[in-house]
Design a protein around this ligand. Sequence first.
Ligand code: ATR
Length: 275
Amino acid sequence: MKFTVFGNPIAHSLSPLIHQRFAEQFGIELDYTRSLTSKAGFAAAVAKFFRSGGAGANVTVPFKTVAADVVTHLTPRAAHAGAVNTLIPLGHGQLAGDTTDGEGLVRDLQRVLERDELPYEVLVIGAGGAASSVIEALQEAGARVVMSNRSAAKVSALQDDFNDLQAIPFSELARPPSLNGQVQRVVVNATSASLSGAELPIHSAWFQESVLAYDMMYGKQSTAFLKQAQAAGATKVADGLGMLVEQAALSFALWHDGQLPNVEPVLPAVRSALE
Ligand code: ATR
């Protein structure tokens, strides 16, 4: 069975390793490759892959949005997020697009916080593609999602698409939270600021009062956001490696008759493969 992940860059993608480990859990043999493509060549590359017998594909940065345009069917959650990370062939040239990112984050938060519901206020910092793909799943898991972004207009646009999405001005993050100590909060970094190593203008009280500071980014070294959270006295921190493995597990289940892999034994192998 042939699988691939489309992205640019893609050379360092851990998806082949993750899916091999999952496949071993079920005695499945698969060939999972990395496919580097350009924006202009994306649709043709996808069509070629599935014409040649591809059994499924993942889509990563920067193609998650355009992937919604190359499928013949979109799941409701992918349509709502405006993003696709999983392609599933339906036969007769039909292709379904789904996103497992939001549920992947939810499952990782459940794992890290060791609980099934998420009765928290989840402050999502950022309002780009990464942020929009997780709002619905967080709300469905019981979280009250509050969003804050440097450019306020992006948050307003998302509020048109998602009910009950709360917002606070970015400048307010530089001051202690107003209901300090009265809400159980998780702070999630969904900005790309960690890529440039930039610190975010967040008052240390946001971290001290939260049950968890979570960065959707990950790396061999601790991310800039998690270093900042730790320095500010955060109770608990976690990076997005667990989300990466969880979203992969959900994609795996979509391709393999609902068989959901166990992520726990795979996490250390993936962590040690980080470059
Ligand atoms: P992604 O698909 O990773 O979400 P994106 O759609 O380009 O990427 O969005 C990047 C997000 O990170 C945006 O919310 C961006 O804020 P703006 O909308 O104001 O641009 C946020 N971001 C990136 N660098 C940042 C920084 N140094 N400080 C604050 N926000 C930052």
